[in-house]
Design a protein. Structure first.
Length: 348
């Protein structure tokens, strides 16, 4: 296939591009190169004849029309989004503009292209979303998010993603656009922008700085290795039923405190510092409206599409730490970008 991937210079999008090209697909990387984007993420495939880059904003309808006309993709994977909850608390406007208006623009550009091509049944618009649209779960491990869980977003970020999910479903029901959707749990792995929990902990530990944990560290997340996620997304694109959504999880629930303690133990082993990195753990004021627990029930994608994660959280964290230790040039180049190294999301 020729796949148009929005947000392909970001963390998850770049993993999808690397995997798609490895699988033999042609890729058009559409990215506005905002603060969290980095073309180094796709440097390993940038010279491939299967790769093409388009510098454009999904809020620019005219640019999208040109790109669809130029490349005539067989499928769209829409990953471009503002995604950091703390930033959404301080500045929700960018999330409304990119995640809602930008998704509308992508849908309309894709619909115009699909009609112009004669409404091919094989075309797909794959919208990639988050489990945060479902709200917060109780502590009962038997209760998990399914594809039928009612939406209950609690932050400007998750509300904007919920709105985008609704738009995609509406474009399918109203206009017949062939769509598939997926909602994933927390991703981690190589090329993770250094504002999220795992890279913050790794880089602060290496610098001997405090390791900040919100509240008491009891908030639970399901952790999904990004390369597993990329494989799942391409599986949904190829095999998913039109109009259907698929929850993608790592089957690796951990509290934030447990996760940080695991990272500290890995760092103690891989980069001994003469002290335990766990001594740097520092509890800080909690995030406003911090959801207690997310957990994915992956039954549908496992039973219908035959996919399940291949990497345990312990193995994935060790791979991630190793990658950051070996790629200092990558993360040092990002240290001066806006907001990196600062505590965000406390304005509420």
């Amino acid at each position: 296939m020729k796949i148009l991937i929005s947000g392909g210079a970001g963390f998850i999008g770049s993993a999808v591009i690397r995997k798609a090209i490895a699988d033999g697909h042609a890729v058009v990387n559409l990215d506005a190169l905002t603060y969290a984007a980095c073309l180094e993420n796709v440097a390993s495939v940038a010279d491939s004849p299967l790769y093409h880059f388009e510098h454009a904003d999904i809020c620019d309808r005219a640019a999208l029309a040109r790109i669809f006309e130029r490349h005539k993709p067989d499928a769209v994977m829409h990953l471009a989004a503002e995604s950091h909850v703390d930033r959404s608390i301080d500045g929700p406007g960018a999330f409304i503009e990119t995640n809602i208006t930008g998704t509308y623009n992508m849908l309309e550009a894709a619909r115009a292209h699909w009609i112009a091509q004669g409404r091919p049944e094989s075309f797909r618009f794959h919208h990639i979303s988050t489990d945060e649209v479902f709200g917060s779960l109780p502590g009962d491990p038997k209760v998990k998010f399914t594809e039928e869980t009612p939406y209950d977003p609690r932050s400007p970020y998750s509300a904007s993603k919920a709105a985008s999910d609704h738009l995609v479903r509406a474009w399918h029901e109203t206009y017949g656009l062939p769509v598939v959707l997926s909602n994933c749990s927390n991703n981690y792995g190589p090329y993770h922008f250094p504002e999220k929990l795992i890279p913050v902990i790794i880089l602060n530990a290496l610098a001997g700085k405090p390791l900040p944990i919100y509240g008491n560290g009891a908030n639970i997340r399901d952790w999904l290795y990004v390369e597993d996620h990329a494989d799942a997304l391409l599986t949904v694109l190829r095999k998913g039923e039109v109009g259907r959504s698929y929850n993608i999880g790592g089957e690796n629930e951990r509290s934030n405190l447990e996760l940080v303690q695991t990272l500290c133990a890995i760092l103690n082993d891989m980069r001994p510092a003469g002290h335990s990195y766990a001594d740097l753990i520092t509890y800080v004021a909690d995030r406003p409206g911090h959801d207690a627990r997310y957990a994915i029930d992956p039954t549908r994608i496992r039973e219908e599409l035959g996919w399940r994660p291949s990497v345990t959280v312990e193995e994935g964290l060790r791979r991630t730490v190793q990658w950051y230790l070996e790629n200092e040039d990558w993360w040092r180049a990002l240290q001066n970008r806006a907001g990196v190294g600062e505590r965000l999301g406390v304005s509420a």
